[in-house]
Write a protein that binds this ligand. Structure first.
Ligand code: HEM
Ligand code: HEM
Length: 135
């Protein structure tokens, strides 16, 4: 497997563990739930699920189309953007939920924009890769 693909899969599982730990902690301390749910939800859905789909998608979709990936460079840039984006979101969200303004808010907006850009790069890279194969 390509190195970046393996790292997408590894990071996906790291986020799964972190998301599950936060979900479980929220069960133990329900009073804190309101501050940590957004982090829990996005570690699981944007971290575990989306990152797993990025990795598996990059590995199998070009093969299924009988083509090379449109841009391995986009895949690498997207890896760093999506990980920096999600980590920043996960860390800053509880502060913003507690009412912090300034740095935390700016960090949440900036890292959310990085996650969004990563989503768009993934879409472009896959759309440019997969093509109809004549049967
Ligand atoms: C060990 C695993 C997990 C535990 C212990 C856990 C626990 C929790 C808890 C306590 C809540 C808050 C419920 C509430 O009071 O409103 C919650 C919410 C949520 N969890 Fe998890 N969770 C786990 C895994 C997951 C996974 C794997 C996903 C998605 C792939 C997920 C998605 C969500 C979502 C979307 C919400 C928000 C639901 C809403 O809008 O109210 N959770 N989870
Ligand atoms: C660019 C990436 C994303 C950004 C910037 C983003 C941002 C947000 C924001 C601002 C909220 C409202 C949180 C609140 O204040 O209560 C939210 C909620 C939510 N998002 Fe996302 N999101 C992203 C990606 C995703 C993805 C990919 C999924 C699912 C696959 C997802 C699932 C959810 C769910 C289930 C909720 C409701 C959680 C709850 O019950 O509190 N998000 N998101």
């Amino acid at each position: 497997m390509e190195r970046t693909v393996v790292w997408y899969l590894r990071m996906s599982l790291v986020y799964f563990i972190a998301g599950a730990i936060i979900g479980f902690s929220v069960l133990l301390w329900p009073g804190e739930a309101g501050y940590y749910i957004s982090t829990h939800v996005h570690l699981n859905l944007l971290g575990f699920m989306s990152m797993m789909i990025y990795g598996v998608g990059y590995h199998i979709l070009p093969k299924f189309s009988g083509r090379h990936m449109y841009s391995p460079m986009i895949m690498k840039v997207q890896f760093w953007l999506s990980n920096a984006g999600l980590t920043g979101m996960a860390v800053s969200w509880p502060f913003v939920a507690r009412g912090s303004e300034g740095t935390a808010e700016t960090m949440l907006i900036l890292t959310s924009a990085m996650s969004l850009l990563a989503v768009i790069l993934f879409a472009i890279n896959i759309l440019k890769t997969v093509k109809v194969v004549q049967m």
